[in-house]
Design a protein around this ligand. Structure first.
Ligand SMILES: [Zn+2]
Length: 336
């Protein structure tokens, strides 16, 4: 099975949190946390459509200016999601510069910023380059069951966690994963092409089996056109399997309320990115700063039934001891 989503920690496990998730074949990418972005090639940054920010401590938001600079002068609409306070902070970043030359641009850059609060007080605002990035209120989101983004083939779910301040955890859940059997296509004399994306879309929308699917192509014999029912194609050329799940949790205190919420969010994740800043020997420091220890991170990943755990956000205090942090996470994750 070819995974649809390809995650990658831009700054590795030691640097600022920023998990870049490339969507295969889509020219689209998602980002969990907006730490330093100077290592992200501009062409990859320009693919970003949605950025999810756990909280607005500096190491999770300092990359905003890098994105702003790259996007300025382009037609772009970037959506940001985060906890209460994100709209105000984004506004401060934008108002930190002088914008008297914006009228020279024929393009429009828009930041759409949505806040998700655990108590249901959500908010949304727009900042448009054509309006000198002044804050403009918009209809607040109404997430059902913590779903911030619901697309035909995946959703992003969030939960408000406690880090002394509200801090969001995220999970990307692919809906049914659909693969095309190339050999069966060949056997049926059907070509590859954009019709396959349309077919997958119909399947995800649960269209009726007798829905006609048009297949058009041309080769050296000329133009061809066929129409086959959805149910037939679904059976003959598609393989359906459980979708990918990627969970992301960072900057959280270790206590019962967080523990239940985290385990619930990350349940059965294929990949669980979880912070492990401190060794358990520094548990007091972890508790004082509302962070996890490596042992606690491994335990949460185990309780969630994650298939694989990827620890990150290592504290500079343990510089040179990264392998110890990883070993401590894996020891509790594997139940040793
Ligand atoms: Zn923090």
């Amino acid at each position: 099975m070819t995974p649809l989503f390809h995650p990658h920690l831009i700054n590795g496990p030691r640097g600022d949190p920023a998990l870049y998730i490339d969507c295969l074949f889509r020219r689209r990418a998602l980002l969990f946390d907006l730490g330093e972005l100077s290592r992200l090639p501009p062409r990859r940054a320009l693919r970003l459509s949605d950025v999810f920010i756990s909280h607005v401590h500096m190491d999770h938001f300092i990359g905003f200016d890098t994105l702003l600079r790259l996007l300025l002068g382009r037609d772009a609409h970037l959506r940001l999601y985060g906890p209460p306070g994100l709209i105000e902070r984004t506004g401060h970043h934008l108002q930190g510069y002088t914008w008297n030359l914006l009228h020279n641009y024929t393009t429009e850059l828009v930041f759409e910023v949505s806040e998700f609060a655990g108590d249901g007080h959500h908010a949304r605002a727009l900042f448009r380059s054509g309006d000198h990035f002044r804050r403009q209120e918009a209809t607040p989101p109404t997430p059902v069951d913590g779903v911030l983004l619901d697309e035909p083939d995946f959703r992003i779910r969030t939960v408000a966690l406690d880090h002394g301040i509200p801090c969001l955890g995220f999970a990307l859940e692919e809906k049914t994963h659909l693969n095309v059997w190339r050999n069966r296509l060949d056997a049926l004399g059907l070509p590859t092409g954009p019709w396959l994306a349309h077919l997958k879309q119909l399947v995800r929308e649960e269209a009726a089996d007798d829905t006609p699917v048009e297949i058009a192509w041309h080769d050296r014999h000329g133009e061809h056109r066929r129409e086959l029912p959805l149910g037939y194609l679904r059976r003959e050329v598609l393989q359906e399997s459980r979708g990918q799940k990627i969970a992301y949790v960072t900057d959280v205190a270790f206590h019962e309320a967080n523990r239940h919420a985290i385990v619930d969010l990350a349940r059965d994740a294929d990949l669980f990115y979880i912070e492990a800043p401190f060794l358990h020997a520094a548990a007091e420091r972890a508790a004082d700063t509302a962070h996890l220890t490596a042992r606690q991170a491994g335990r949460l990943a185990r309780e969630a039934g994650a298939r694989r755990v990827i620890p990150f956000h290592f504290s500079p205090r343990h510089s040179g001891d990264e392998s110890l942090l990883e070993a401590e996470v894996l020891a509790t994750f594997e139940g040793r």
